[in-house]
Design a protein around this ligand. Structure first.
Ligand code: ADP
Ligand code: MG
Length: 284
């Protein structure tokens, strides 16, 4: 798909730092000048909370985008960062007819339809580039998908739409457990619906420098997964867990805490790996 690069943040385990990563990576890129859209695909809506969208303001939501193509990103405290919030409605995709048996390409088709619509309108009016209340998808540099835990159809929808996958791993004893199942899911979608999907990298989160188990886990993960593991490691940092209750990314709440600095370093590292200049480079 031309236009924005779509990155899913996923791991079927809950509580490993997916949402913290999606929100703070999005914020770090936005602060570096990229135009970012975060789509919250978790019915719990933690990323929406973390970006200051109150529960009563989550309509239209990601559900409306997936099922009806309603595209209504909301502004956040950061100029370059927009969010399509999640509401409990997303559960319907998992549980209720007619969506329960819905295909994995709802999100991809909704994004594709937007692009086509925009191109059609541009051709009709020949007035390309006018400011619109929400930048259409190909004016975003990156779209970040915050996945729910589990390997439900919401996660497969993310994997079907995304080109890159970031897998946060908590620095704990069972970190690698479940990873092979995640990789199998990725492989099966690559060979069926989305051959473009790549694992961008594995991110070690909640590392505790004073804890030898944490260091051992990091060494093990690097030994097993090699260059797939980002050099940047996210430390355990209480500021990262406080920021969401203030409705803002940690990079804004406390820009110089160790967690924020780590997410800014990650944003730069990923930008470099993708061949851009620092955090700003457009994905190749
Ligand atoms: N590096 C970190 N240091 C301290 N707390 C963290 C860190 N990363 C995440 N947390 C906290 O751990 C909990 C789970 O993180 P979260 O990002 O919501 O995980 P997931 O989205 O995978 O369920 C949250 O309360 C979050 O604030
Ligand atoms: Mg989450």
């Amino acid at each position: 798909m031309p236009g924005a690069r779509i990155t899913a943040v996923a791991n079927q385990k809950g509580g490993v730092g997916k949402t913290t990563t999606a929100v703070n990576l999005a914020a770090a890129w936005a602060e570096a000048g990229k135009k970012i859209l975060l789509i919250d695909l978790d019915p719990q809506g933690n990323a929406s909370t973390g970006l200051g969208i109150a529960p009563q303001k989550r309509n239209p939501s990601a559900f409306d985008f997936l099922t009806q193509g309603v595209f209504a990103p909301q502004r956040t405290l950061l100029d370059n960062l927009w969010v399509i919030p999640a509401s409990r409605d997303l559960n319907k995709i998992l549980r209720e007819k007619p969506w329960r048996d819905a295909p994995d390409n709802l999100l991809r088709d909704a994004l594709k339809a937007l692009l086509l619509e925009k191109e059609k309108r541009a051709a009709e009016t020949k007035s390309e580039g006018e400011a619109s209340p929400a930048a259409p998808p190909h004016l975003y540099d990156d779209i970040i998908l915050d996945c729910p835990p589990g390997l439900s159809s919401l996660t497969s929808n993310a994997f079907c739409a995304a080109r890159s996958l970031i897998v946060p791993l908590q620095c704990e004893f069972y970190a690698l457990e479940g990873l092979s199942q995640l990789f199998q899911t990725v492989e099966s979608l690559r060979s069926s619906v989305n051959p473009d999907l790549r694992i961008d990298g594995i991110l070690l989160t909640m590392a505790d420098g004073r804890n030898s188990l944490s260091e051992q886990v990091e060494a093990d993960v690097r030994a097993h997964m090699g260059a797939q593991v980002y050099k940047t490691v996210i430390p355990r940092n209480v500021r990262l867990s406080e920021a969401p209750s203030h409705g803002m990314p940690a990079t804004l709440y406390d820009s110089s805490c160790s967690g924020s600095l780590a997410y800014k370093a990650l944003a730069e590292e990923i930008g470099r790996r993708r061949g851009g200049r620092g955090g700003r480079g457009r994905a190749s």
